[in-house]
Ligand binder design. Structure first.
Ligand SMILES: Nc1ncnc2c1ncn2[C@@H]1O[C@H](COP(=O)(O)OP(=O)(O)OP(=O)(O)O)[C@@H](O)[C@H]1O
Ligand SMILES: [Mg+2]
Length: 275
C-alpha cells in the first residue's frame, strides 16, 4: 500500500483585478473619454472590466454612454443600495464579448463633491472588494487635487495621468503626481498625452513630466503613449456613442488601441529612478 499523501491544492481565490485610476489635476482634458474607451478596448481584448465613475459629484460617464442608471453611488452612500446592486451592464455587461460593467456616479449632488474621509474610505473599500470579480477596474476621477481623488488614486495599482500640451495642464498634472507620491511613494504612474497634433507635442508633454518629476521627486513616470486631436472624438461624444462604434477607423481609436497594449503589458506605468 502506498502511504504517501496526495496534496490536493486548495482552490485559489481569484486574485483582485488590477485597478487603474485615470487622473489629471486640470479638468476637461479627456479623462472620461479615455476611461470609457479604455474600458471598451480592454473588454474587446477579452478582459472582464468594471468602469467606476469616480467623479462623485459631477459624473458624466452615463452621459457619454447615453445610458440612464436607476441606481448610482449616491444610493449606495445613502444606504439604499449595495455597490453590487448599483453595477449596470454596458453592451451586455462584463460577461459579454466587448461589454463591460459600470458603477455610475451621481449628478450635481453638492455633498458628494465634498465627501468626508469615512465615506471615501467606504467607496475605496467597495471598489477593492468588487475588483475580485473583474480582471481590470478603471476608475475615472474628477478634476482637482482633493483628498477624495488622491485617496482613490493612492489605492489604485496603476495611475494614468492625462495631460495636454498646455502649461496649466502640465502644472496641475505635476501637482497631482507630487501629492500622490507623498501619499504613496511606490505609486506606479504613467503619463498619457492627449489631443496632440504631432509627435513633437506628445514628446514635449512626456519630457516635461520626466524633467519635473526627475528633478524634484527623484523618479520618471512611465510613458503611456499619446492620443491625437481628432474630430471623431467630439462627434462620438455628441452622439453619445462609443468611439469604436461611431468611428471604428478613426486615428484616436487606433491610438487608444496602442495605449491599451501599453496598459496591459504594464509598460505604461514603468517608473524609473531619475538618473
Ligand atoms: N483626443 C481628443 N480629440 C478631440 N477632442 C477631445 C479629445 N479628447 C477629449 N476631447 C474633448 O475634450 C472634452 C472633455 O473631455 P472629457 O469630458 O472626457 O474630459 P474630462 O477630463 O473627463 O473632464 P472633467 O475634468 O470635467 O471630468 C470633450 O468634449 C471632448 O470632445
Ligand atoms: Mg470627466
Amino acid at each position: 500500500m502506498n502511504n504517501s499523501t496526495t496534496i490536493v491544492p486548495f482552490p485559489a481565490r481569484k486574485p483582485p483585478g488590477r485597478v487603474v485610476a485615470i487622473a489629471s489635476g486640470k479638468g476637461g482634458v479627456g479623462k472620461t473619454f479615455i476611461a470609457v474607451s479604455l474600458a471598451r478596448a480592454l473588454a474587446e481584448q477579452g478582459e472582464r472590466v468594471l468602469l467606476v465613475d469616480g467623479d462623485l459629484g459631477l459624473s458624466n460617464i452615463d452621459i457619454q454612454l447615453g445610458v440612464q442608471p436607476d441606481l448610482t453611488l449616491a444610493h449606495v452612500m445613502d444606504g439604499e443600495a449595495t455597490l453590487a446592486e448599483a453595477v449596470m451592464r454596458i453592451a451586455g455587461g462584463a460577461a459579454s464579448p466587448g461589454g463591460f460593467d459600470l458603477l455610475p456616479g451621481s449628478h450635481g449632488i453638492a455633498s458628494f463633491a465634498d465627501l468626508g474621509e469615512r465615506d471615501v474610505q467606504r467607496i475605496a473599500a467597495g471598489i477593492s472588494a468588487l475588483s475580485f470579480s473583474y480582471d481590470r477596474v478603471i476608475v475615472d476621477l474628477a478634476a482637482g487635487i482633493g483628498h477624495a481623488m488622491l485617496k482613490l488614486a493612492a489605492d489604485a495599482d496603476d495611475v494614468l495621468i492625462v495631460a495636454l500640451d498646455e502649461p496649466a495642464s502640465l502644472t496641475d498634472g505635476y501637482a497631482f503626481v507630487k501629492l500622490l507620491k507623498s501619499r504613496r511613494p511606490a505609486a506606479r504612474i504613467g503619463v498619457l498625452a492627449n489631443r496632440v497634433k504631432n509627435k513633437k507635442e506628445s514628446d514635449r508633454i512626456h519630457q516635461s513630466f520626466a524633467r519635473a518629476c526627475g528633478s524634484y521627486l527623484g523618479f520618471e513616470p512611465g510613458c503611456a503613449g499619446a492620443i491625437h486631436e481628432d474630430q471623431a472624438v467630439k462627434t462620438a461624444l455628441r452622439a453619445q456613442m462609443l468611439l469604436s462604434r461611431h468611428a471604428p477607423t478613426s486615428t484616436a481609436l487606433g491610438d487608444i488601441e496602442t495605449v491599451t497594449h501599453l496598459v496591459r503589458s504594464g509598460t505604461a506605468f514603468e517608473t524609473r529612478v531619475a538618473a
